[in-house]
Design a protein around this ligand. Sequence first.
Ligand code: ATR
Length: 275
Amino acid sequence: MTINQQTGLYGVLGFPLTHTLSPVMHNAALTALGLNDVYLALETKDITAAMTGVRALGIKGLSVTIPYKSEVIPLLDEVDSLATNIGAVNTIVNREGRLLGYNTDAWGALAALEEVISIGHRTRCLVIGAGGAARAVGFALQTKGAGVIIVNRSPDKGQALARDLNCDFLPWAEEDRAEAEVIIQTTPVGMYPDIDNCPVPESVLRPGLTVMDIIYNPWETKLLGLAKSRGCRVINGLPMFIHQGGAQLRLWTDLEPPLALMRATVEAALGVGRH
Ligand code: ATR
């Protein structure tokens, strides 16, 4: 592509951004869509100053990541109701100078799950964790009417999320009682370098269960390896990452994102298939 005086700017705000795959994914998509736009990693330690810069420079849209997904909310002009309920914004759209906040992690998680299982009124879903990712997943599942159960290491945080979702909470290591059809793992347990740990007892993993881990480094976590060997359907964190990015592109451009190309680009960047 040629960068010229009309090239528009998108980016990701966060700290640190050393390992972000968003630029590789979004630049491939913007180019494929024929847009004269680029997407950069905009690492910042000062989100307030960064947002002043976004307004002053007319940056067209942003992804927001750790640690700013909540902190950015009061700096926006409007936040949609799902992002408000979740309490986190991962996407900003600059609509003629007004900064609008959304949460596409929620839709990303749902779309990733719905590649393999349809989520409806009677789907019992166990969410492991009670942090920002768990909140997004929990609210997303409820938009489909699914039955959500939260399990979390610290009961107070888990119970607080269960209260917000008006759903059940189970103490850590009592996952067996959930009789879930779907498990969504949102904690960092099993993420590189903690690759030998699994956050649920193996006995929970029954044939026919669908298990999604939002981690994609390692490609197959200990949880997913055990789940696969016990006859579960497994989904790693990549589909959620691709779908949340696709939803961002839709919000920014009103165009249909090239999801297959985005997935192939990120897989190549991760070295998938090279080992
Ligand atoms: P994020 O916003 O990315 O979801 P977070 O808000 O830090 O991250 O939440 C991390 C979640 O992973 C929390 O539910 C946390 O459990 P606690 O509420 O008990 O802290 C969970 N978590 C992190 N490390 C964990 C560990 N070693 N074992 C079990 N749960 C863990």
